[in-house]
Design a protein around this ligand. Structure first.
Ligand SMILES: Cc1cc2nc3c(=O)[nH]c(=O)nc-3n(C[C@H](O)[C@H](O)[C@H](O)COP(=O)(O)O)c2cc1C
Length: 300
């Protein structure tokens, strides 16, 4: 899977070409679906004011917001329809019916992401080929279809059981998976596949900064917070989440644009207290082993 969120279309095209040069086997591209969010300038300004002392401490300037940031959605859909890949997956919402038809016509298998039975049914009604069910245990962003929604706390196994009772489509279970026993349980409960994220972050193949890799092993406690990007995400708890989780507005990706320079400065300074450190609840099990070993151990 190629993570195309936050990439320019040129970067994505280069990654697709590089992947084809490495393998003849199927691969996929994961896209972030943009949302027409409310342009709440006052709420963003209040949060920016609250972050003022943080910016001053790092000596970086507050950036201005880009309200029309769609993460190059149209351009990426155009690229994937003119230069198709075997699989396209969607996070943070669903494509339009027209976009589904376009990508289906060029032969791509389409996979949605859901955090509730209702979101799963929306993906199934749209005619997608499979659905990732992301439980609240997961590291990184909650894939809720609307930014402003409070994320569901329905545990992954219950979400899976509820959706499996209503569909025969392939379901991919994700969130907090860190042992082979857990993989077995989820497959027995009706998952067709399981998906892991945090368990791969410390592998040598991962491009994550060493500071983040180390934090997964040395820190404890995760929280769900809008503080870094405006969209709920599970991260290791730190000073930034303690200071700002209660007040961060539900404005994605604008809060992420705002905190970006601060997070880059914190990373450059080796400061884990002001960084996003995406982590699922099983982060203590993440090991610095090759990705193939991690996957084979879980599959075993
Ligand atoms: C560092 C990190 C980056 C992630 N990036 C993406 C992404 O770009 N697109 C996506 O659909 N999910 C992304 N996720 C979420 C994963 O797809 C998955 O839901 C999650 O990692 C599963 O939980 P786990 O981390 O506990 O294994 C990311 C997760 C992590 C930890």
């Amino acid at each position: 899977m190629l993570a195309a969120g936050y990439q320019t279309p040129d970067q994505l095209a280069a990654d697709i070409a590089a992947t084809r040069a490495l393998t003849d086997r199927p691969f996929g591209v994961n896209l972030f679906v943009p949302e027409d969010s409310e342009r709440d300038e006052a709420a963003l300004a209040r949060y920016a004011a609250q972050l003022g002392p943080d910016f001053a401490r790092f000596g970086v300037a507050l950036p201005g917001p880009h309200w029309k940031d769609t993460d190059f959605w149209r351009e990426k859909i155009a690229l994937l329809s003119s230069d198709p890949v075997p699989v396209v997956t969607f996070a943070f919402g669903l494509p339009s019916r027209g976009e589904v038809d376009l990508l289906r016509a060029v032969g791509s298998t389409l996979v949605g992401t859901a955090t509730t039975p209702e979101e799963a049914h929306a993906a199934i009604s749209l005619g997608l080929d499979a659905v990732v069910l992301q439980g609240p245990e997961a590291g990184g962003h909650r894939a809720t279809h609307r930014v402003e929604d409070e994320p569901s706390g329905l545990p992954l196994a219950e979400l899976l059981t509820a959706v499996r009772a209503t569909t025969d489509l392939p379901l991919i279970a994700a969130g907090g998976i860190s042992t082979p026993e857990r993989v077995r349980e989820l497959l027995d409960a009706g998952a067709s596949l399981v998906q892991i994220g945090t368990a791969l972050v410390r592998t040598p193949e991962s491009g994550a900064p060493q500071l983040y890799k180390d934090c997964l092993a040395t820190r404890s406690g995760t929280v769900l917070t809008r503080a870094f990007t405006g969209r709920y995400a599970r991260t290791l708890r730190n000073r930034f989440t303690d200071a700002h989780s209660a007040t961060a507005p539900a404005l994605y990706p604008q809060v992420g644009q705002l905190t970006g320079p601060l997070r880059r400065a914190a990373a450059a300074a080796g400061d884990p207290e002001n960084l996003h450190l995406w982590a699922g609840i099983g982060h203590a099990s993440a090991r610095p082993e090759p990705a193939g070993v991690v996957v084979r151990d879980l599959a075993g």
